[in-house]
Design a protein around this ligand. Structure first.
Ligand code: GUN
Ligand code: FE
Length: 465
């Protein structure tokens, strides 16, 4: 499965065809599943009824298994603010909406209420792996990790680091670089004590973004990530005001990407959110270091940040995944992020036209459905270093999957009252669509009602039926 047109969709079609062939060859069908298929299903610890529903039920052409989504960037703590940003852009949004909200997570009962809801919501939307920012509070960050483990979601959980007196408010700031480092270490230790091999949940070093951290803190976090082989997540080049601030605070570093590189924070395990306004030299530096970009299209639109040039990043060999970036983005759905990635990529051509791009280059900015869904799955898995385990269906990988279903409109019209289902507004499938068309309908018009079941590591974590 690559970034070309023979993408995720082609793969689904092959899978379905293989299962048809398998069923037909074996011939010895028991309740719709052949004995051979049953053995494979049982051996993998799956439930026979689920596979029957997907494979046999899929004969009506309205359902399929899809790799679980990988959300490479979101803030679990910001869930209560979804939809709230007024007319602000990044820096005043942080001050007006975000810091006051995040400061409330000193209360564990508040954290429990929000984090339980945040994790359940992403799971219901088919997100099987999620990279979360918590807040500066280590105890509630630990709680977020515990909730992911309890609910069975694969996750990266980061305690937010912010210790700069000039840019962080007194009511929401860590005491010092040392305090920030120590509480980061405490969270790493907590998560590792519960999941020593990081089979489900892993800690992730999380300097909020360059302007929120002192140089001492950035240096210490870079060292910690190196010493402990930890992944890193942060924000980069999202908004022009933010970029000007970084230039003023770190004049000696040459560029925004240069700041992170100076402190050894650009590694093959680093995920940089946004990357809207990078210069060519920064793109090259990020590629050289093997770091990844989390494209957060809905957030970039809501906060008026700009459009990330995804095609350019891919052309330069940078790993790219999708992020919902709640609450900069107003939806925790990666399906929505995929739809928005398609939308903004189609607009980008228009802007480039103004800058004198050729017709061919304008056309190439557009991301196909296959490419957007690739970013939402395998692309994200590559960003998080999980591409050998999840993000696609290949032999030996773990079973992180979602069962997707469109409404199947029956041939005989509305005789039996099935039309009532249409009131639910679920994407309709008339039986004559190709697999590509069904998947396109899902991406452009679907929502969590189409996500019937979700599995992580072979465990059923959500069931709408
Ligand atoms: N930059 C620094 N903090 C944040 C945040 O919480 N959200 C977004 N979108 N950008 C940021
Ligand atoms: Fe963010």
């Amino acid at each position: 499965v690559g970034v070309d047109e023979r993408g995720v969709i082609g793969f689904i079609e092959e899978q379905v065809q293989e299962l048809y062939d398998w069923d037909n060859e074996d011939g010895d069908s028991v309740d719709g599943l052949t004995k051979g298929m049953r053995n494979v299903v049982v051996k993998n610890g799956w439930e026979v009824k689920d596979v029957e529903e997907a494979v046999v039920g899929g004969y009506d052409g309205s359902g399929w298994w899809f790799p679980g989504f990988v959300d490479t960037h979101t803030h679990a703590s910001q869930l209560p603010n979804t939809g709230l940003f007024g007319t602000t852009t990044l820096l005043d949004w942080l001050e007006t909406y975000t810091f006051p909200l995040e400061s409330r997570f000193s209360s564990l009962s508040h954290a429990r209420r929000v984090y339980s809801r945040a994790v359940t919501s992403t799971i219901c939307h088919g997100t099987t792996t999620c990279a979360y920012y918590a807040t500066i509070h280590p105890e509630s960050t630990n709680l977020l990790a515990d909730i992911c483990m309890e609910k069975g979601q694969r996750a990266f959980v980061g305690k937010v680091c912010m210790d700069c007196k000039d840019t962080c408010p007194d009511y929401y700031r860590e005491e010092s670089a040392e305090a920030s480092l120590e509480s980061t270490k405490a969270v790493v230790q907590h998560i590792r004590s519960k999941d020593p091999k990081g089979e489900l949940v892993q800690p992730i070093v999380t300097p909020r973004f360059a302007p929120s951290c002192t140089k001492a803190s950035l240096a210490a976090l870079g060292q910690l990530a190196e010493d402990e082989s930890l992944p890193i997540q942060t924000h980069i080049s999202e908004n022009k005001g933010e970029i000007a601030l970084v230039k003023q605070m770190f004049p000696e570093c040459g560029s925004y990407a240069g700041v992170y590189d100076s402190f050894h924070l650009l590694t093959p395990r680093t995920v940089l959110a946004h990357a809207v306004h990078l210069h060519d030299a920064e793109v090259k530096l990020i590629q050289d270091r093997g770091s990844a970009v989390s494209h957060c299209p809905l957030s970039n639109t809501s906060l008026g940040s700009g459009i990330c040039p995804v095609r350019k990043l891919l052309d330069h060999g940078v790993k790219v995944g999708l992020g919902t970036d709640v609450s900069g983005g107003g939806s925790c759905s990666l399906l929505t992020a995929a739809r928005e990635a398609s939308g903004v990529s189609r607009l980008l051509g228009n802007f480039e036209e103004l800058k004198g791009a050729s017709a061919r280059d304008m056309e190439r900015m557009k991301l196909s459905v296959a490419e957007c869904l690739y970013l939402a799955t395998k692309g994200g898995a590559e960003c998080m270093g999980l591409e050998k385990k999840v993000g696609s269906f290949e032999v030996g990988m773990e079973w992180d999957a979602q069962l997707v279903r469109l409404e199947s409109v029956p041939e005989d019209g509305d005789k039996d009252g099935e039309g009532e289902q249409a009131n639910e507004g679920i994407v309709q499938c008339w039986g004559n669509e190709s697999w590509e068309e069904k998947v396109a309908k899902w991406m452009y018009c679907g929502d969590d009602r189409n996500t019937r079941k979700v599995y992580v590591k072979g465990r059923l974590v959500h069931d709408r039926s």
